[in-house]
Design a protein. Structure first.
Lengths: 161, 735
């Protein structure tokens, strides 16, 4: 069965079992390996992608159920929120092994895209879903805050709502 | 287009630039880059390649998150006089030339594969010295790689002098170029061919520290941009056209064989290409990893029995029973412990630590291609020459026909010193000659087929006199890593010494008049190996909790008692520093308490204070303060990251980490039952770097060791309960 997908604004058709998790379509069928496999059961967050802007664990969604636009780490570069997050990640020197970072960054993008004026608790609630074995959490928090500040400065009107 | 990486590591032996060895200039094959060079490339030392497009620095230690590539590249770049942003950085090929001389003592015969074969193949020893671990990388490289940079720079200056027909003394270097007296710049790339003809200085002069431009200052990591863009390539990400995707199902009775299997429900599943039986299980090869995973679940097996007790209780008993027999080693024996303890009021206790998994975020994974009698392997690995030898043996080819391409590692922590996952990829590739195969172990396979931190226990008897410890008799028992590795790699083990059983217990610089450390060796149980901080991960917990017990028995402040018992200046310094940082001894709010621990770990004196709050609902971990003597701090921001990360790694183990066994199988399968700390569950961490000056020490492990005792001692201070068994969540609830 052929399944049509929109990923990073590109149209794809894949011929796979519709029960295949989106993760494995991205990685092994389409070569989009920035999205990582780690737990496979939706508890670690390394495989997060955006579906219509919302963070989704791609290991826990069947490709047959994907109806909307998917954005992976490879497709985030041009978007202002994503750019702010990634620049801030680099400036804060967050990554150690780096394996979980695409999941962390995607989750942070979704968080800040929805609301750039986040507090510590909101950051914690959103990012607690993504495990990091190296222990980069304090720098992740710092990077999210710095990206948030940068975005708030860019779009002052949105935050006064 | 051929990438630089492919050109460097993947090309056949093209007679291009001339290579000159540096450390082994007189050995014909000492520079492993010689055979790898493409046309127009020059290798100035085994660490520096120059071609028309610029400078590549070989950083041969495994980049598994610790930032080692950046610091090693900075050592070379500092002396070579080039910006870090202007160089490419590569793991480079597998070679004994990249021996880790701190982890392994240099051998006269080292450096040639023929010699290497005699030394370790098929010997039972695990010697393969191109190795990353034990906080040793920076100590090993500190002089060696600066000299490599300095020798390369000197060669470039000589080459420019010859080319320009001017005395070398009239030339200087400036950020990637030689500059002549008229200010004309010749980029290093333009001097590559000429420099290849210059004989390298054997003992180049190194810059004094005062002239350092890169070292001593925090550098942006060379891997950071790629890691934040999702484009950093881990082994699990390696792509080849027409590649197949595979997974392994291995006997969950670890170390035992597969008797038989039934693939009838698996082989007809979608995407399955091949099912390959190996000694310990089966490899399923498919067109997609998920197809392989699903088919692997449908296999039925008759597994050989576990060669160890079937339950955790049996393992605990085996570790305990070893203490009833003659001891294996007694690496410390000062004073007259027995006589003194016979006449003293005894303080006694028994401590326990469980098995632990490495649980790297990237599951074990490797890609292999067997083609025309040659084997190419892409793997994140901490011991490339071992991977070469193990793979050559499986493929029955000469090790010279095996090439290991080391990728970034999604965590290592000692797990990627092993080659079991590489072996599965080689078996898969042998079954699909001509086609590259990626083998990915499922998280469940990874967690249940670990090479675990050993289960351990300790017993102590001690006495205090006045305000200090008078006598300590410490006995530790844990299965030997060395013996377990011998079984894994040579099929059997003989009785060899194993310092890892006692590191952290026998080597602490405390002045205790009557001081004895004795090690007992249980039989091999679960496969055990090198887990971040190794012996110290359990022994520091034992030793430093005991020191706390002694302080309380002597009615003296535990930090003060340690200072009184330590003459080693850097150790005193870190304790004094951590006391300042934590306001040790000043009033705390009701319910709050602090605990301290200290460890000397591969030379790095480390002191840590934990602050907890005891509530009716449980223990809240509020603050962690840690001071580490690194000797010389090359990259403060990265050092802080390592110390903080290693502390969190230790916290995971101290609070919740535990691998247990039921029916001969490991119970934990994934992050739901082997939980790791998440954001919001961690204390505020404050790190202080101490520089004692002359020598340099690595920092990736010591705070992993000091965390459990510091936390346990804090919990005692808060609650009066002495926690003698890890993980603490067995005894207390954490908020």
């Amino acid at each position: 069965m052929t399944i049509a997908l929109n990923i990073n604004d590109n149209a794809y058709e894949v011929d796979v079992d519709e029960n295949m998790p989106l993760l494995w379509v991205l990685r092994d069928e389409l070569g989009l390996v920035g999205t990582k496999y780690s737990c496979g059961i939706g508890v670690c967050g390394a495989c997060c992608v955006l579906i219509e802007g919302a963070p989704v664990r791609s290991c826990a969604i069947r490709v047959g159920d994907v109806k909307n636009r998917v954005t992976t780490i490879e497709g985030t570069r041009e978007q202002p929120t994503a750019r702010a997050v990634q620049e801030s990640w680099v400036a804060t020197q967050v990554a150690q092994c780096g394996y979980c970072q695409p999941g962390q960054i995607i989750t942070a993008i979704a968080l800040l895209e929805a609301n750039a004026s986040v507090d510590d608790e909101q950051i914690e609630r959103a990012l607690a879903g993504v495990l990091c074995r190296c222990g980069t959490y304090s720098r992740i928090r710092k990077a999210v805050k710095s990206a948030a500040r940068q975005l708030a400065a860019q779009r002052p009107n949105q935050d006064s709502e | 287009m051929i990438s630089r990486r492919t050109l460097l590591l993947g090309s056949a032996a093209v007679a291009g630039g001339v290579a000159i060895g540096y450390r082994h200039a007189r050995l014909p094959d000492a520079n492993p880059l010689t055979a790898e060079l493409g046309a127009g490339q020059t290798a100035l030392t085994p660490y520096v390649i120059i071609d028309q497009s610029g400078v590549t620095i070989i950083t041969p230690r495994a980049e598994m998150g610790q930032g080692i590539h950046t610091t090693l590249a900075a050592l070379v770049a500092e002396e070579l006089d080039i910006a870090l942003t202007d160089v490419h950085v590569e793991h480079g090929p597998a070679s004994e030339t990249y021996s880790n001389d701190v982890a392994f003592k240099p051998q006269a015969s080292r450096g040639r594969l023929d010699d290497l074969r005699q030394v370790i193949w098929p010997a039972r020893s695990t010697r393969a010295t191109h190795f990353t671990g034990g906080q040793s990388s920076i100590q090993d490289a500190y002089v060696k790689m600066r000299k490599a940079g300095a020798a390369a720079r000197a060669a470039l200056l000589m080459a420019a002098a010859k080319t320009l027909r001017v005395p070398p003394g009239s030339l200087v270097t400036d950020n990637g170029a030689v500059v002549d007296p008229n200010g004309r710049r010749i980029p290093y790339a333009d001097l590559a061919a000429a420099a290849a003809k210059v004989e390298l200085l054997q003992e180049p002069t190194l810059k004094p520290r005062a002239e350092w431009k890169l070292l001593g200052k925090s550098q942006p990591r060379v891997d950071m941009v790629d890691k934040c863009a999702g484009s950093a390539e881990f082994a699990i990400d390696v792509k080849h056209p027409d590649m197949l995707f595979a997974t392994a199902r291995l006997n969950p009775h670890l170390g035992s064989v597969m008797r038989s299997f039934d693939a009838s429900k698996a082989e007809t599943r979608r995407g399955v290409r091949k099912i390959v039986a190996i000694e310990q299980g089966v490899i399923v090869i498919a067109t997609n990893t998920w197809y392989a995973f699903e088919a692997a679940k449908a296999l039925e097996f008759d597994w050989g029995d576990a060669p160890y007790p079937h339950s955790t209780a049996g393992h605990r008993e085996a570790v305990e029973r070893a203490m009833d027999y003659e001891y294996h080693s007694r690496p410390r024996d000062e004073g007259d412990v027995d006589a003194v303890l016979a006449d003293s009021e005894l303080i006694e206790g028994e401590y326990r630590a469980p098995y632990l998994a490495h649980a790297t975020m990237e599951p074990l994974s490797a890609v292999a291609l067997f083609k025309e009698g040659r084997l190419d392997i892409w793997a994140g690995n901490q011991r490339p020459t071992k991977a070469v030898l193990i793979s050559a043996a499986i493929a029955r080819i000469d090790p010279a026909r095996v090439k290991v391409h080391t990728t970034y590692m999604g965590g290592g922590f000692g797990r990627r010193l092993e080659t079991d996952f590489v072996s599965t990829a080689v078996h898969a590739a042998m079954a699909c000659a001509g086609t590259p195969v990626k083998v990915t172990w499922s998280r469940e396979e990874d967690m249940t087929h670990g090479v675990y931190r050993p289960m351990a226990m300790a017993r102590f008897r001690a006495a205090v006199s006045g305000h200090k410890p008078l006598a300590l008799d410490l006995k530790v028992s844990s299965p030997s890593l060395v013996s377990s590795a011998d079984v894994r790699y040579a099929g059997s083990s003989e009785d060899r010494p194993d310092k890892f059983t006692v590191t952290g217990a026998r080597d602490q610089p405390y002045q205790i008049e009557h001081y004895r450390v004795t090690a007992y060796r249980p039989p091999n149980l679960l496969p055990v190996g090198w887990w971040r901080s190794v012996g110290e991960s359990q022994n520091s917990f034992f030793h430093e909790s005991i020191m706390d017990e002694l302080a309380h028995a002597a009615r003296v402040d535990p930090l003060t008692m340690r200072l009184a018992a330590l003459k080693h200046a850097p150790s005193r310094k870190v304790l004094e520093r951590v006391a300042e940082m934590s306001n040790w001894g000043s009033g705390l709010p009701v319910g709050h308490a602090m605990g301290v621990a200290y460890v000397l770990s591969s030379g790095a004196a480390t002191a840590q204070v934990m602050e907890v709050r005891s509530t009716n609902a449980g223990i809240e971990i509020l603050n962690a303060y840690v001071a580490v003597d690194v000797g010389i701090a090359l990259d403060p921001r990265n050092i802080e990251a390592q110390i903080e990360g290693s502390l969190i790694f230790g916290l995971a183990a101290a609070t919740k980490g535990e691998i247990t066994v039921t029916n001969g199988r490991v119970d934990q399968t994934n992050f739901h039952d082997y939980p790791l700390p998440r954001m919001g569950q961690l204390p505020a961490i404050t790190v202080s770097i101490v520089e004692s000056g002359q020598r340099i020490f690595g920092v990736g492990e010591s705070a992993t060791a000091s965390t459990a005792p510091a936390l346990g001692n804090a919990i005692f201070a808060a609650t009066g309960r002495r926690l003698r068994e890890l993980p603490f969540a067995k005894s207390v609830r954490f908020l």
